[in-house]
Design a binder for this molecule. Sequence first.
Ligand code: DGL
Length: 277
Amino acid sequence: MINQNSYSPIGVFDSGYGGLTVLKELTKQLPQYDFVYLGDNARAPYGNRSFETVYEYTLQCVKQLFDMGCEIIILACNTASAKALRTIQQKDLPNIDTHKRVLGVIRPTTEVIGNYTKTGHVGVFATNGTVTSESYIIEIQKFFPQLQVFQEACPMWVPLIENHEISGVGTDYFVQKHIQQLFAQSRHIDTIILACTHYPLLLPVIEKYLPANVDVLTQGHIVAHSFQEYLSRHTDMESRISKSSHVTFYTTDSTEMFDKQATLFFGNEIKSNHLAL
Ligand code: DGL
C-alpha cells in the first residue's frame, strides 16, 4: 500500500519505452526506493523534433512528475537530456521549487567513458537531436580531452522499436547500415556508447553485426551507479525520497500496448496508468 502523505518517488522520464532500460537498473541497484515512470509514448519519438518541441514536451512531463510527488527526476532520455535539461535546471526549476532536482543521462556516461576505451576512438550511436546538439563531444572533451569521438545518428532505430519491429528484417538493414557508416569514420573505434536509452533493446541485433573486439556500453547500469553516488552525497534529498519499493508506470498512450511492450523490456508484469497531457 502506498501512503499518499509521504509518497515521494524518484521520477523517471522518457519519450517512450527506452527509459525502462534505465529504470530496470535503478530498481535493481536501489530496490528500497519508490519509482514512478512516465513514458510519453503518444508523442514519441522525440529524436527528430526541434529544440523547442523537445523542451516543451519534457517540461510538461517534468511538471506532471513533480505534481505526482517527485522531489527528483531522472530524464532517462538522451534527447531530452541534450535539448531540455539545462534550460529546465537553469530557467524553470528556480521558479518551480528550488529544492527539487532534475538530472540527465549524458553526464554520468561521459564521466566514465575514458575508463573503457584503449584506442581512444569512441563511437556514439544516438538520435538526430542528440547528435546535432554535440553534447557527447562537448562533455567527453571536458573529462577526457585526449579521446576522439565519432557520432552516427540512427533516426530509424527508435521508430522501429516503438512500432514493435525489433525482430523485423528492416531493423537488421538499418542496424547494419549505421554500423558501416560509423566505422567508415574510424576503423579504430573500440568502444561504442548506445547514447539513446531505447537502443539497448536492439542490442542482440547490434552485436550480430559489430566486430568482436568492440565493446558496447549501455547506460542503465552507469546511470544507476552514478545516481546511487549522488544520493550518498546529497543526504537531504535521499531522506526525502519514499522507500516502500513501489514502481508505478504511466504512459500518455494506450495502456494495453504499453503493458505488453513494457513487460517484455522490464521483465516483470506491468499494469500502467494512462496520463492525458
Ligand atoms: N530514449 C530517447 C533517447 O535516449 C529516445 C529518443 C526518441 O524519442 O527519439 O534519446
